[in-house]
Design a binder for this molecule. Structure first.
Ligand code: PRP
Length: 214
């Protein structure tokens, strides 16, 4: 009997790109492309059920087994260390976690650095690894504003095209870690639906390799 797979996808641009990969891998679910506000879509014939969830929540659904597999950014995996298997780097959603500061900012290494970020754990481990003392300011969004208003000296945030930084007169000072989307699996689900999950991973892997060649 075909094993049914529950898949959590990150809502938004990345999710749409990633769904196209699942579709090309043979796990299509045409109703997902209908323009409506539904969040759960199923294709019984292929044996898949997709859910759209907030990108930062995908790992929670997968860790707790509400989804067997899902797609999460490496930023979320590093920040929250969910207890899941990381199966595959999808080589999409590529960006980097970086330290940024106002253009021309001069750092005084003898002073505690004020760092604003949504990624507290990543920022803390990064500065611990280079032995720099920081005053961490946890924010939930619009991080770029913090140094402009003097709330922080620098920010640790995701940089993709660099447009947000440029438009706010900030610049990258250091790259903390490269980021991309990862296919993750629930640990129990991986055991019980091993055949179905491995078949899906193989199919996705093939696409990633082919894309890398072109
Ligand atoms: C992220 C990040 C930056 C922006 C970077 O924000 O926090 O603000 O993208 O992208 P860019 O380099 O292409 O300009 P996101 O859109 O995920 O929303 P958020 O501010 O709510 O985190």
């Amino acid at each position: 009997m075909k094993q049914f797979l529950n898949i959590a996808l990150p809502k938004g641009r990345l999710g749409e790109k990633v769904y196209a990969m699942f579709e090309a891998a043979g796990y299509e679910c045409p109703s997902i492309r209908e323009n409506n506000r539904k969040l759960i879509f199923e294709n019984e014939k292929v044996g898949v059920r997709y859910f759209w969830v907030k990108p930062s929540d995908v790992a929670i659904y997968v860790e707790r087994g509400a989804a067997d597999i899902g797609v999460a950014g490496k930023d979320i995996l590093l920040e929250y260390s969910p207890d899941v298997y990381e199966l595959l780097d999808l080589h999409t959603g590529i960006c980097r976690m970086a330290v940024a500061a106002p253009v021309g900012y001069r750092d005084d290494p003898s002073k505690t650095l004020r760092v604003a970020t949504k990624f507290s754990h990543i920022a803390q481990s990064y500065y611990a690894s280079i032995g720099r003392e920081i005053d961490l300011i946890h924010l939930n969004g619009s991080i770029e504003i913090a140094p402009i208003l003097g709330l922080s000296d620098v920010i640790v945030d995701i940089v993709e095209t660099g447009t947000t930084l440029r438009e706010n007169h900030l610049e990258v000072r250091e790259t903390v870690v490269p980021i991309s989307a990862r296919l993750i699996a629930n640990k129990t689900g991986y055991k019980f639906k091993n055949e179905a999950i491995r078949a899906l991973v193989r199919s996705m892997e093939k696409q990633v390799c082919e894309r890398e060649k072109t």
